[in-house]
Design a protein around this ligand. Structure first.
Ligand code: DC
Length: 233
C-alpha cells in the first residue's frame, strides 16, 4: 500500500495556507500545488484578452486557449505558474488580479476546468494542495484535511507586508476591503463555496509560529499514516 497521501488545505485568503503547504511539502518530499495560482493565471488571461465574464460562450472559448502548468523553482523552493508557457508569477500576485479573481473563480466553467487539472495532478498522491474547495470538491477523500483560520487583523497585516515585500504600492485600506470582498464572494458563490469539510481539522494560527504550525500538521500526518498502517494489517 502506498504510504503517500493527499493533504488538502483550505481556508480564507491570507491565512497562511501556502506557507504551511510549502513547508509540509518540503518536509515530506511531496508536491505543493497552489490552486489559487491557477485561478489567478486564468484571470490574467481573461483580463489581457478582454474576455467578458457575463458571456458564457466567450468564457468557454477563452478557456480552450488557456494552458496552465507548474515548474519547480529551486531558488524559491516552490513551483512557478506558467500560462501558455510564460512564467506569470510576478503578474498574478498583483492587486489588479486580486480584485478580479474571486469573480472569475465563481464561474462554473472555470471551476470545472481547474478542478479537472487539479485532480490529475493529485492522482499519484504525495501532494499538498491548498485552496478553497480541495477537501470538499477536488479531493473529498483526501486522507488529511486541514481548515486554516486566523484573525482578520492578522491576515490583513500578513497580506500587507507580503505586498510591500513585492514592492507593490498599496495602502492598508485597500488590503482590508479586498480581503473582505474575497471572503464574501468565496463563501457565498453558488459553485463550490468555501466551507469547512466535516472531517477537516481546524488550525487557527493567529497565535502560532510557522514552526508550531508545521509541527502540528506533521503530527496529524503521522496519525493518518499510522491509522492507514493499522487498517492495512
Ligand atoms: O489562494 P489565493 O488567494 O491565491 O486564491 C485566489 C482566489 O482564487 C481566491 O479569492 C478564491 C479563488 N480560489 C478558489 O475559488 N478555489 C481554490 N481552490 C483556490 C482559489
Amino acid at each position: 500500500m502506498s504510504k503517500k497521501i493527499i493533504i488538502a488545505i483550505d481556508g480564507y485568503s491570507s491565512c497562511g495556507k501556502s506557507t504551511l503547504a510549502k513547508a509540509l511539502a518540503r518536509k515530506l518530499n511531496y508536491n505543493f500545488i497552489d490552486t489559487g495560482a491557477m485561478y489567478r493565471a486564468i484571470t490574467l488571461y481573461f483580463i489581457r484578452n478582454n474576455v467578458r465574464l457575463d458571456e458564457p460562450e466567450s468564457v468557454t472559448e477563452a478557456l480552450k486557449n488557456v494552458n496552465l502548468h507548474f515548474e519547480f523553482n529551486e531558488e524559491k523552493g516552490k513551483s512557478d505558474m506558467f500560462l501558455n508557457d510564460e512564467n506569470v508569477e510576478q503578474y498574478i500576485r498583483e492587486m489588479t488580479i486580486a480584485q478580479k479573481v474571486s469573480e472569475v473563480a465563481a464561474i462554473k466553467a472555470v471551476r470545472v476546468s481547474a478542478v479537472k487539472q487539479q485532480q490529475l495532478m493529485g492522482k499519484k498522491k504525495g501532494v499538498v494542495m491548498d485552496g478553497r474547495d480541495i477537501g470538499t470538491v477536488v479531493f473529498p477523500n483526501a486522507e488529511l484535511k486541514i481548515f486554516m483560520t486566523a484573525d482578520i487583523e492578522i491576515r490583513v497585516k500578513r497580506r500587507f507586508l507580503e505586498m510591500q515585500e513585492q514592492n507593490q504600492n498599496v495602502n492598508i485600506e485597500d488590503v482590508i476591503s479586498n480581503l473582505q470582498m474575497r471572503d464574501y464572494i468565496d463563501s457565498n458563490r453558488e459553485e463550490s463555496p468555501l466551507r469547512q469539510a466535516e472531517d477537516a481539522r481546524v488550525l487557527n494560527n493567529s497565535d502560532m509560529s510557522q514552526e508550531q504550525q508545521l509541527n502540528l500538521a506533521l503530527k496529524w500526518v503521522e496519525e493518518v499514516l499510522s491509522t492507514k498502517k493499522e487498517m492495512a494489517r
